[in-house]
Design a protein around this ligand. Structure first.
Ligand SMILES: Cc1cc2nc3c(=O)[nH]c(=O)nc-3n(C[C@H](O)[C@H](O)[C@H](O)COP(=O)(O)O)c2cc1C
Length: 167
């Protein structure tokens, strides 16, 4: 059986840490955000806001706060994913994580790369974005057309290692 395009998308996505200087067209960015909007969320609360940053000065300032993501400085667009802790106190983390994956996959399907950034001085970025106390900055996703070769796949555990069939 041949593999569907959707399954290929899931398996062929790579984290991209180097971006072409070419800007991302507004229409393409809109398609990515539009697809992300359809992400699942607990009780369909959709406790998220996506801050799109194109301002080069602001990108530089935010990148300085991305401890394990200095490559964000080279992206033409950053999307800060922010969860509303008030709106969905139990599930804002799950929901925004799912949204980040949906955004990454939508971007990849349109030829645009991103990479999750884990360690961020979140309080400093919250100030830069004028976020509220009850806002949780999940991550900042850099978006850009990949520069150079697409990285080789990172190794994955085999199915034998991670799947247990219960008889
Ligand atoms: C929660 C999370 C945090 C991550 N944090 C970082 C990070 O801070 N810096 C980085 O370069 N990559 C980060 N990554 C990317 C992973 O290193 C990458 O997904 C993994 O090595 C598998 O590679 P692939 O995404 O190309 O398949 C993170 C990924 C996740 C899901």
């Amino acid at each position: 059986m041949s593999e569907s395009e959707q399954l290929k998308l899931l398996k062929e996505r790579r984290s991209i840490r180097s971006y072409d200087s070419r800007d991302i067209e507004a229409e393409i960015l809109n398609q990515i955000l539009e697809a992300t909007r359809w992400c699942m969320s607990a009780r369909n609360r959709q406790p998220w806001t996506f801050y799109v940053i194109r301002n080069k000065e602001l990108i530089k300032k935010i990148a300085k706060e991305c401890t394990t993501g200095p490559f964000t400085a080279g992206a033409p667009v950053l999307v800060a994913i922010v969860g509303d802790m008030e709106l969905s106190p139990n599930w804002y983390l799950h929901d925004t994580c799912f949204a980040s994956l949906q955004l990454a996959l939508a971007a990849w399907s349109l030829g645009i790369g991103t990479c999750w950034v884990g360690r961020i001085n979140r309080e400093n970025v919250k100030k830069l974005l004028n976020l509220k106390e009850t806002d949780h900055l999940l991550t900042v996703l850099p978006l850009g057309y990949p520069k150079g070769e697409i990285p080789e796949p990172r190794p994955r555990k085999s199915l034998d290692e991670i799947v247990k069939y219960i008889e």
